[in-house]
Design a protein around this ligand. Structure first.
Ligand SMILES: CC(C)(COP(=O)(O)OP(=O)(O)OC[C@H]1O[C@@H](n2cnc3c(N)ncnc32)[C@H](O)[C@@H]1OP(=O)(O)O)[C@@H](O)C(=O)NCCC(=O)NCCS
Length: 287
């Protein structure tokens, strides 16, 4: 029930969320399907519908998955779908085969990487940080600015600009200003000092955004560098500041999520010691 109400909490008035279950005569759930489109987490672009289908292990290969899929396909078409998509772990070969038989093709590959902060030594990057300072740039955090609407609006604008250059950004739907403010200030602990900046005079030229998770984990939501300042080592420097912050504030691990075509940030992760986890494919079918 918690899962179902969490899903509903992520909905806005124009989110399309449809869930379906196959149950036995005794009421046991044998299979479950969910399809979503519009603002959500992750949100979708217009015409994109994301689905998940789960069938109980002992009931697999009995047609339940296909039955749910047919229902989801019909529902999605009736509600304006142009493209149906789903995510599958790269280790799940049977699921990948099943989807390919249904006409889906792999499009995007993403994966998490984890940094063990006990093994991370910020001092080994002091030359990197010093070379940034020597060019006149300064390190700061959002906590160095008054916690006003004006500051939040500036943060939002920079986030949106940097996020628009993340590979496959056109596949995501970003929250509007009010939703973002609500998410930042009410749904996650708002921790301005966990948002690292590199500042050129008054311009924010690089940013790394951490959010604190339970059990001493931090998520690195975004690391980005202003287009005019790319290729100067700022991504490594600002992400090192994030890791240093997490380590000094009780973090054990940082998780970061990347597209496997994003070579520059993957190089940064590799230099910092992030370990790649098994990835997942997005599979698509035009409908
Ligand atoms: C990804 C991003 C943050 C990198 O910033 P940057 O300032 O260009 O990165 P850096 O100068 O620190 O370079 C990072 C590494 O990539 C390498 N690199 C640069 N161009 C490259 C390329 N085309 N292919 C592969 N590696 C490249 C650099 O040599 C450097 O490696 P090195 O330290 O071993 O020399 C920046 O491109 C960006 O803001 N992109 C949009 C947001 C995004 O995608 N963020 C990551 C996901 S959250």
């Amino acid at each position: 029930m918690n899962v179902l109400s969490d899903q509903e909490q992520k909905c806005q008035s124009n989110t399309i969320l449809h869930r379906v279950a196959v149950v036995s005569e005794s009421g046991q759930m044998l299979g479950y399907g969910r399809v979503v489109s519009g603002p959500w987490d992750p949100g979708t672009s217009p015409g994109d519908f994301n689905f998940v289908i789960l069938v109980a292990k002992e009931w697999r290969k009995s047609g339940i998955g296909k039955h749910i899929y047919d229902h989801i396909l019909q529902f999605s078409k009736q509600n304006g779908a142009k493209r149906l998509s789903t995510f599958v772990y790269e280790t799940e070969q049977e699921q990948l085969n099943w989807l390919e038989r249904l006409g889906f093709a792999k499009s995007i590959h993403t994966f998490n990487s984890v940094l063990d902060l006990q093994k991370f030594d910020p001092h080994s990057f002091s030359t990197t940080l010093q070379s940034v300072r020597s060019t006149g740039l300064k390190f700061a955090t959002l906590a160095d600015y008054p916690d006003t609407d004006e500051m939040f609006s500036r943060f939002f604008d920079v986030m949106m600009e940097l996020t628009s250059d993340v590979p496959n950004a056109d596949r995501m739907q970003f929250p509007d200003f009010d939703t973002m403010k609500y998410i930042c200030k009410h749904m996650a602990p708002w921790e301005p000092s966990a948002i690292q900046l590199i500042v050129d005079d008054h311009r924010w030229v690089a940013m790394s955004v951490l959010t604190r998770m339970p059990d001493q984990w931090y998520n690195c939501v975004l690391t980005g560098v202003d287009r005019d300042y790319r290729g100067r080592g700022l991504a490594l420097a600002v992400k090192v500041k994030s890791a240093e912050y997490a380590k000094n504030n009780g973090g054990q691990f940082i998780r970061t999520y990347n597209d496997s075509t994003n070579d520059r940030i993957l190089r940064v992760n590799q230099r910092m010691g992030f370990a790649a986890q098994p990835g997942q494919y997005t599979l698509d079918k035009m409908v």
